[in-house]
Design a protein around this ligand. Sequence first.
Ligand code: BGC
Length: 421
Amino acid sequence: MNKFPDNFLFGTATAALQIEGGDTNNNWYRWSEQGMIENKEHCITACDHWNRIEEDTELNAALNVQTYRLGLEWSRIEPEEGKFDKEAILKYRYEIELLLEKNIHPLVTLWHFSHPLWFEDDGNWTNPKSIERYLSYTTYVINELGDIVTDWITFNEPNVFLTFAYFEGKWPPGKKGEIGMYLTCASHIIEAHVKAYKIIHEIVKEKSNKPALVGVAHHLRIFDPYNNGLLTKLGIYLIEKLFHNIFIEGTTEGKFLFPVKNKSGIKQGKYVDFFGINYYSRDFIKGKFDPKNMFCEILLNEKCETNDLNWEIYAEGIGRLCKRFYEKYQLPIYITENGTCDAKDNFRQKYIKDHLSELLKQINNGVDIQRFYYWCLMDNFEWTEGYAPRFGLYEVNFENQARKLRASGEYYKQVCTTKTL
Ligand code: BGC
């Protein structure tokens, strides 16, 4: 069968900082000002979505998506600690109401790599106060939107953020090799998620009389061995543990894997309602005597197709991850991101089709995959890579902000409409 179940939901995804533009109060604004983005590009313009909410909602509606994953910008909502901006939250409310009018079900991300400067300047996630700060922001947001939004993502890819921000130093605050900070932040983020899970459920129930659905969007990669060496096995063990498992086990079940500390005695339990997977690519791991780099080298498959950022295109990977984590947790799976950058639109259609075929195979084998969000609705600000990588179903002309559906976007529209490959 090449048809997805009738209740399967197709959608698109975006993140606030990557599309909105216009906000000067966040860590990425400063990073751009400091000249840290490729070609000295800047996040201040992005897709000017903050001024194009109606137009961009139409873009989604024209694709016949059933759901849309959007992000909120914390620095707009809480520009100063403890001071909330009613206008900002009302604007998000307006956008969500537009989506609902068009029968597009919202899934909302609370934190996706960006936060206010006051939070950044007081130690970011290294500060134990970060937990209470995040919970205060979350409580405000859910009180304001919990009557119309039931589905929430607490964190997007904490592993990617912490790797670039505290290990590789490519993202703000630009720390290098700070494995201690990486682990401290991980502990705080896991605790913040576990506590937010309970808060979101309570408020959504009270406001909407419906159960909330809460999860994390995990960036998951395939790490395959480059050779059979013992050191390679150790490298894979460490990278799986430090990049995947501490975040997965922490946020899914409240398990703090050594060396992440459980500072507040969080009890083990069930802390997500769905298992979110962002999947892009695979790496080959080769063991190496280098403790600073987790005893491994990360290599690209020698013979493979790659996208514009030279990431391997490996569709089987998405199926392997769904199978692995469904067997482990038996939780419904949402593909919270999957997509590719292809400025010429040469291979995006095939990419989408191949990845969806893998999902369909897994569904037909009994794996409970319920949603798919294509990354990204439109070309956008791709963090330190700037505007060159083109992930969009819609092409954006950043000179005049015109949006144009690509041929692969037409294809995805057919998929959303017919739920058939
Ligand atoms: C992130 C997105 C990003 C995408 C493509 C994911 O890791 O969540 O923000 O744009 O990858 O690089």
